[in-house]
Design a protein around this ligand. Sequence first.
Ligand code: G6P
Length: 375
Amino acid sequence: NSIMKGGYDHYMQKEINEQPDSVLQTMRGRVKFDRQPKKRITLGGLVDRISTIRSGRRVMFVACGTSYHACLACRQTMEELAELPVSLELASDLLDRRAPIFRDDMCVFVSQSGETADTLKALEYAKERGALCIGVTNTVGSAIARSTHCGVHINAGCEIGVASTKAYTSQMVALTMMALALSEDSIRLRPKRNSIIDALGVLPDQIREVLKLDAEMLSLAEQLKEEQSLLVFGRGYNYATALEAALKVKEVALMHSEGILAGEMKHGPLALVDELLPIIVIATRDRMYQKMLSVVQQLLARGARLIILCNSGDSDMQEICASGGSRLIQVPETVESLQPIINIVPLQLLSYHLTVLRGFNVDQPRNLAKSVTVS
Ligand code: G6P
């Protein structure tokens, strides 16, 4: 058993640390990094379908749990590169509503296991309505991989810990590659595509870098381990990071945690803010940075106890930190659409250490299953 864990104490810890390699596996043979004749993405399972997808009326992502968060994280990338409307559905809710789906809808079913009952049922529902169904799974031969018309394997390797970590980052890489493949013909988007492809090339090294925050995340976990609750604020590309970080803290550390869209702060969450409640604010440098800076200032004006996740060398945040009790988590910078992949890693480490310190079962949290095959 300890051999299976590769020298780590838990599978979750092993899987968090495998991410430099698992994201590389997701890209292997698919991303052509050099410029001649041009940078390209080749997804074998989708090549014949690219023009069909491009001519669809919308892309609909369907998933549950962490896989849903990966869809949320990549929604804007898909909108910007594929230039199609993108809707997001939690599989159970899609089924509860029996929401309209049409023949020219391109439905993308994202599931690590490929066996989640609700996602599978939603797939059958979409198929009956004539939509093109695309699978994004980590399990070759799984029910979802078999029932979809085409798809992409994320190739992250077997994930054993119930809380999904490396599958999440690989799902985001796979969905980004899909968006890149859909925009290949656009000359206007070429500079943007090239910068994302270049950033994918250095992503494994940047994840290796951010994993060095382990000791710092352990010390932060020491500070937070007795807390009842933890809020996580994010917006834009990193709204998903806030939700996913909160889900990790909830599901393994068994601590109440909520991911909050910072744009909704004044519509309720601000009432919770006081000197005691710890709040993580995700404020890496992207289009939302000025807004997040203002969120930080408004929270500090109410005496909030902040942990700010920002890019390394952010002098505004360093100053804020120096002048008060806030704590910083500094991470390497990448293009904004890939920043959620880097940002989640220290928060995975934090939830891992919180769980160990609180004495809970890391790999099999009470009441939860790796794969929910009944609905
Ligand atoms: C369960 C697991 C989660 C996972 C979710 C969706 O809740 O505990 O880690 O994100 O199912 O699973 P899937 O295999 O469809 O991605």
